[in-house]
Design a protein around this ligand. Structure first.
Ligand code: ZN
Length: 274
């Protein structure tokens, strides 16, 4: 019995480690985005629980589908154009300069988000309920990932700055132990129709990237004052230094996801899906 329990605890620990935003962060973003949609989008609203429950399906697919992982990030600071404020957002143009392999390796999160948005729009237009749920789940996940700053950098797990494990310390340990405070600080959203979705996606990716340095500094700072250990004091300081940015990122993720759902629905001709 004891061993069974130990196995279960280990399994939960391993599973949790694989899920971005600790899993629960994705649920929060999805639920609040759906809450912000107009009543006419009743099909999405009625399936809120299903969509929240499946908001980390895309992470779980990574083991079976080798093409999946690249859809969850973009190491956008690899590109010199980005680093001088002149990012090329057209994928074909970027491939022309860097080649297909590098563009794939650096992550395809923005373009994949647009592909899912287009598929969601088609599914809504065709009244295809299974596809609507599938793509609505996926877009929620990819929008959530894009608002986690460490999904937008080359130094995603601290290997360039000797901060190994920083990714999990931030997006899993810190988020899961501060969920209540986090939820209480997510701002109300303003729903907008997105005229240029790819530009919106690159805008929020750029914003996320700009907060990555703050997380790295907070990690150094917390370690300095915690006796060089990842103890309770460390996590207290780490949260103290990153929580306002985290509130901001979650609020933006909710608003951007709701606006993309809304945009798909408008572009599909505002269908009444029963
Ligand atoms: Zn992910």
């Amino acid at each position: 019995m004891k061993y069974k329990l130990l196995f279960l605890v280990l399994l939960v620990a391993i599973t949790t480690q694989l899920l971005s935003w600790g899993g629960l962060g994705h649920e929060i973003i999805t639920r609040l985005a759906i809450d912000g949609l107009p009543d006419e989008m009743s099909f999405i609203k009625e399936n809120s629980k299903y969509l929240c429950d499946h908001s980390v399906d895309a992470d779980k697919r990574k083991n079976d589908d080798l093409t999946e992982e690249h859809k969850h990030y973009i190491d956008i600071d690899y590109y010199k154009e980005f680093n001088v404020g002149e990012m090329i957002i057209d994928k074909a143009a970027l491939i022309e300069i860097y080649g297909q392999e590098i563009v794939d390796d650096m992550g395809i999160l923005p373009w994949n988000t647009i592909e899912v948005l287009n598929n969601l729009t088609i599914a809504m237009r065709q009244n295809n309920k299974d596809d609507i749920l599938f793509y609505a789940v996926d877009i929620a996940h990819y929008v959530g990932d894009a608002h986690q700053p460490q999904h937008l950098i080359l130094n995603y797990n601290g290997k360039l700055t000797d901060q190994r494990g920083i990714h999990g310390r931030y997006e899993i340990d810190l988020i899961n132990s501060n969920l209540e405070e986090l939820q209480a600080n997510i701002s109300p959203i303003e729903l907008t129709y997105v005229k240029e979705p790819l530009q919106l996606v690159f805008d929020y990716c750029t914003q996320s990237n700009s907060f990555a340095g703050l997380i790295e500094l907070a990690d150094f700072h917390a370690l300095k004052y915690s006796g060089d250990e990842y103890n309770e004091k460390y996590f207290h300081i780490f949260w103290f230094r990153t929580k306002y940015m985290t509130f901001h990122q979650f609020s933006n993720a909710v608003e951007d996801l709701a606006s993309l759902y809304y945009t798909a629905w408008i572009n599909a001709g505002k269908p009444k899906i029963k």
